[in-house]
Structure formats: structure tokens, C-alpha cells
Design a protein around this ligand. Structure first.
Ligand SMILES: Nc1ncnc2c1ncn2[C@@H]1O[C@H](COP(=O)(O)OP(=O)(O)O)[C@@H](O)[C@H]1O
Ligand SMILES: [Mg+2]
Length: 325
């Protein structure tokens, strides 16, 4: 079995998620590399413990860089705190006005408040950054490497959180609006209203993308071990609550060798969980990746991973050229 359909024309957001250490980053990078054979691709890491640089053996940071040796692939490691300060920086006047017109805070209090970190803000800003990239439309495929499960779920629930804030801000504004209308008889929407409206549109865009299975695919990554299988099951259940229904998953680190006693024992141990995975995730296309003798680092080993992830499926799907070039 191989991952299927990622070359479909409308599918432009592909998110890898799962437990820590199961191979999310390796699979995300390999997928982005494979897709870049046919599509202009942006690889985005939202994991605060970024590891794209290590795996690609190239310095990547919070600005888009081209990946050496892959003509159509660029990458970025999103730093949520920086995304947040950029947002505050470019909307400072509007945010100050929102707070000064609807609270009793003085200028110093407002500055202090804007400097505060708000729970959940990281994920909201990470997702806003992804959506902004998609809106700019410079790439055909956006492949996202996430941090372990809890973080990925927070990332996916971020539009809801942003929506709650907008509602709260709109409520605060309503009183101000009422006051202005009472005094002057009418109210002209200002730059604060424009900001809230644009944030509301961001929420809608995120939701529309996430819930459209033709546009967005979430690929859980798992390994054949008890904790990982249970966590994947919870992840898939939680995803369905967000209206996301994975159609395929990767099972990584599968022991294939029987060349020594250790390998044979590991293989027997894994076979129980492989069976469990096939039963519990019936209906999903399960893609098994062998445990390699070496870590996945650099283009050479990534190409090996691509061969297992895709075989020649992507070529069949879009009929445009050869993946493994
Ligand atoms: N199939 C595999 N065979 C051998 N090593 C692997 C395999 N998949 C991943 N690795 C290695 O396991 C470690 C964790 O993989 P990584 O992709 O960083 O996981 P995650 O992003 O889920 O934390 C890395 O050192 C990676 O090179
Ligand atoms: Mg990772």
C-alpha cells in the first residue's frame, strides 16, 4: 500500500500528525519532496521543537528558504511567538483603539496587556500564518509538520478560539457603537471593525479549508506499539469532532528483517499491533514503512522513504511525470 491521492489537483493542504517520535517530520518532508517533483510545494513546520533543518541538513528558520537539491520545494519553520508579535506590530493601532474605546484601561495598562501571552495564541497565529501563505497562493501544495498530538489538536481548534475572541471583541465594540450612535445619531465602521471583519474571514477560510476533504487531508502517523496505537485512535476520534476524516495513515518503523534473534522478537511483538491497527482502523488505507537500518536524514535516506510512501501512486493520480525523478 502507498499514500494515495496527494497529487489530486484540489488537495493543497496536507497535515501530518501523531505521537512524538513516530516519524511525522520524516513523512512530512518526504511527502513534500515527492510532491515537489510535480508541484510547487511549501513545507511548513509548526512544531516549536523544529527539526526540518536537522533532517534536511540545511538551516531553515522563520522565513521561507529554497531547499537545496529540490528545485520546487521551499520550507519555513513557523515561530508562533514571532508570528504573534508581527500580528500585534502590524495591528497595534487597531488593537489599542479596541481596548481604549471599550475598557477603562489607560495607555500603560494597554501596552502591558498587548505584551501578555494568551493561552492558545501560538496555535492561532501558526494557523493564520499557514492560511495567509495559502491565500498568497505562491505554492500548489502546503505540507504541514506538526508537534505531537495535543499540539496538532490545539492547532486545529484554533479557529474556534479565534472566533470566540472576535465575538468577545465584537461585544465590547457593541457598547461603544451604541454610545456613539446615541450621541451622534449614526455610526461609521472604523479600522477596528475592519480588523475584526478580516479576522472573521480568516476563521471562515480556515474552517472551509479544514472541512473540505478535497482541499485538506490529515495523515496520522503511528508505529506498531500499544501507546502509539491508542493515541492514534484518540487522535482520529478527536479529528472527527473537527469534521476531519482521515482516509489513510502511515505505520512507521515496521520490522521486516528476520536476520537475528532481536529482529525476529521485535517482529513477533509488532505483528500483534499491526493486526490491531488493521482491525481498529478498518476503512483507512494503511501504509507500512519499514524500520530502516539508519536514521532518516538527508536527501538520500529521504528518497528511500519516498519509495515506500508512494511507490508509483502519485504518478498514477496526476499523470504528470515521475516522482522519483
Ligand atoms: N522508518 C524509519 N527507520 C529508521 N529511522 C526512522 C524511521 N522513521 C523515522 N526515523 C527516525 O526516528 C526519529 C524520529 O523521527 P521524526 O520524523 O523526527 O519523528 P516525529 O516528527 O514524529 O517526532 C528520527 O531520528 C528519524 O530519523
Ligand atoms: Mg517532528
Amino acid at each position: 500500500m502507498a499514500l494515495a491521492g496527494l497529487g489530486n489537483k484540489d488537495l493543497n493542504l496536507i497535515i501530518f500528525g501523531g505521537k512524538g517520535g513516530v516519524g511525522k517530520t520524516s513523512c512530512a518532508i518526504a511527502t513534500a519532496l515527492a510532491l515537489s517533483q510535480n508541484f510547487k510545494t511549501l513545507l511548513i513546520s509548526t512544531d516549536p521543537a523544529h527539526s526540518l533543518s536537522d533532517c534536511l541538513e540545511q538551516q531553515i528558520g522563520y522565513s521561507i528558504v529554497n531547499i537545496e537539491g529540490a528545485a520546487n520545494l521551499s520550507a519555513i519553520e513557523v515561530v508562533a511567538e514571532e508570528a504573534m508579535s508581527e500580528f500585534i506590530g502590524s495591528n497595534r493601532d487597531e488593537l489599542k483603539k479596541l481596548l481604549s474605546t471599550s475598557t477603562n484601561l489607560d495607555d500603560d495598562d494597554i501596552e502591558e496587556m498587548l505584551a501578555l501571552s494568551v493561552p492558545g495564541i501560538d496555535e492561532v497565529m501558526s494557523f493564520k500564518t499557514i492560511i495567509d501563505f495559502m491565500e498568497e497562493g505562491n505554492y500548489e501544495k502546503y505540507v504541514v509538520d506538526t508537534a505531537p498530538t495535543g499540539h496538532a489538536l490545539r492547532l486545529l481548534s484554533s479557529p474556534e478560539l479565534l472566533d470566540e475572541w472576535i465575538k468577545m471583541a465584537a461585544k465590547m465594540r457593541w457598547k461603544y457603537r451604541y454610545m456613539i450612535t446615541s450621541f451622534s445619531g449614526s455610526y461609521q465602521p472604523d479600522d477596528v471593525d475592519t480588523l475584526l471583519l478580516s479576522l472573521k474571514k480568516t476563521v471562515k477560510r480556515i474552517e472551509n479549508t479544514l472541512h473540505d476533504k478535497n482541499k485538506c487531508e490529515f495523515v496520522p502517523v503511528c508505529i506498531p506499539e500499544a501507546m502509539a496505537v491508542n493515541e492514534t485512535e484518540r487522535l482520529i476520534n478527536d479529528l472527527t469532532k473537527f469534521g476531519i476524516f482521515p482516509g489513510q495513515m502511515v505505520v512507521n518503523n515496521v520490522m521486516v528483517s528476520e536476520g537475528c534473534d532481536f529482529c525476529r522478537k521485535r517482529k513477533v511483538g509488532q505483528s500483534h499491533y499491526l493486526k490491531m491497527i488493521r482491525e481498529r482502523f478498518r476503512g483507512l488505507n494503511v501504509v507500512e514503512i519499514p524500520l530502516f537500518t539508519e536514521e532518516i536524514k538527508g536527501l538520500r535516506t529521504l528518497k528511500r522513504l519516498i519509495e515506500f510512501l508512494f511507490e508509483d501512486n502519485m504518478i498514477k493520480n496526476n499523470q504528470t511525470g515521475n516522482l522519483n525523478g
